[in-house]
Ligand binder design. Structure first.
Ligand code: SF4
Ligand code: SF4
Length: 400
């Protein structure tokens, strides 16, 4: 019985990937995007959790986790990333499917124009989708429709569309073959148990030299010549060889995926994979710990540089200060400020120090005065507290 076709599996995975990439920007959790780098709000949303850019260590952990886990996938699955998951391959494969369909359903004279039109539509869709990873999709549509107000954005959109179109119609897979450094890089990350696609040497003598594997290869290589850095591990040659060999007595193909390079090798943990797995787990644990223990309120105070302290007509002293309050929780909060510690002996805070409402995941600045009565003594340092529901959230020591 023929084995399930690799091509069907690959197309299923790629279809899933395209649908996920198109729909994920629309998914929200408790009103927050599931995954987005919100440029305007300088906030990375990860599984609906907002990480503001000022929580830099968390954003850095996310980036490191992404890089290390990508390397881990590389050491385990090898070039399968290139042949199954890389956007460059996914969209080129999609264009191949569309073009094949045109060739069998429409007159030859309109195949090429339809191909150009499909590439253009796909390039626009890719450009739109890329914007949606940085802005709410509704806002992307609104901004692009009001081009006179968002010329810069429209220009970027058009440039991205043009690049995508040229990529799909001109560059195609030559990018993987000649420019992408990942193949060379991946070769350096090969481990004892990395998944490889190869011509199975132990059955070489059964090859009928039909060249079906070569004809099916989108990279134009002959896998019978051994490992080649251009091979993207797509598995088309496996299907092509199986289709030929299944008519033979034992029906088995001569090309296959295998972990490592020795016949019958199953997955085993090589040194590089083990190190990357450990690093991935540590970074993941660090990120979870960081998210759970991060403070929900940010509080900073600075003197208003443009205004001096003033002696008021009653002899008291007023010093202008600025407080910056950040609310990292998922709901709007109402804060207040107070002087902490010993009785303040005529020193008080005036201005907007109560009922300071800060929207979810936003910052707000308020100006207030440190007021010292006529005969009061301003201490060398003063501790100011940020309160939420009368409970201290953070404090700052200043020198008035
Ligand atoms: S040799 Fe096989 S797996 Fe490699 S790119 Fe060609 S068809 Fe794909
Ligand atoms: S498809 Fe299989 S049998 Fe035909 S040339 Fe390639 S490896 Fe040999």
């Amino acid at each position: 019985m023929p084995l399930p076709r690799i091509t069907h599996k690959r197309q299923f995975v790629q279809g899933l990937l395209i649908v996920t990439a198109l729909l994920l920007p629309f998914v929200t959790i408790a009103g927050n995007p599931f995954l987005r780098m919100d440029i305007a709000g300088m906030t990375l949303f990860l599984a609906g959790i907002p990480l503001r850019i000022d929580q830099f260590y968390l954003v850095l952990l996310v980036v490191l986790l992404g890089v290390v886990s990508f390397l881990l996938v590389t050491t385990v699955l090898g070039r399968v990333w290139c042949g199954w998951l890389c956007p460059q391959t996914v969209f080129n494969d999609l264009m191949d499917v569309v073009t094949r369909r045109f060739k069998t359903t429409v007159p030859v004279s309109v195949v090429r124009p339809l191909e150009h039109l499909s590439a253009l539509i796909l390039a626009k869709l890719i450009a739109f989708n890329m914007f949606c990873w940085f802005m709410p999709p509704g806002q992307v549509v609104t901004d692009l429709l009001h081009l006179s107000d968002h010329r810069f954005m429209v220009v970027i959109f058009l440039v991205m569309t043009l690049c995508g179109y040229l990529n799909l119609m001109l560059i195609k897979r030559s990018f993987c073959r000649s420019y992408c450094p990942y193949g060379r890089f991946q070769t350096a990350l090969m481990d004892a148990g990395t998944l490889n696609l190869s011509f199975l040497e132990e059955t070489r003598e059964r090859c009928v030299r039909c060249n079906a594997c070569v004809r099916s290869c989108p990279m134009g290589i002959d896998i019978r010549n051994g490992f080649q850095v251009e091979c993207i591990g797509c598995g088309r040659c496996i299907d092509a060889c199986r289709a030929v060999m299944e008519k033979k007595p034992d029906g088995l193909g001569l090309i296959g995926y295998r972990f490592g390079t020795v016949k019958g090798t199953r997955f085993r943990l090589g040194n590089i994979t083990a190190i990357l797995l450990l690093a991935t787990l540590l970074l993941l644990a660090g990120l979870i710990w960081g998210v759970i223990t991060r403070t929900q309120s940010v509080f900073a105070v600075q003197r208003v540089a443009t205004a001096d302290q003033r002696r008021l007509p009653d002899g008291s002293l007023a010093q202008p200060w600025r407080a910056i309050i950040g609310n990292r929780s998922q709901a709007s909060q109402v804060y207040s400020l107070r002087v902490n510690g010993e009785p303040t002996g005529g020193v008080e805070l005036l201005g907007q120090v109560h009922d300071i409402e800060v929207a979810a995941n936003q910052h707000r600045e308020v100006i207030f005065m440190i007021h010292a009565a006529k005969n009061a003594h301003l201490p060398g340092t003063l501790q100011l507290q940020l309160l939420l529901n009368e409970r201290p959230q953070a404090s700052v020591t200043i020198s008035p």
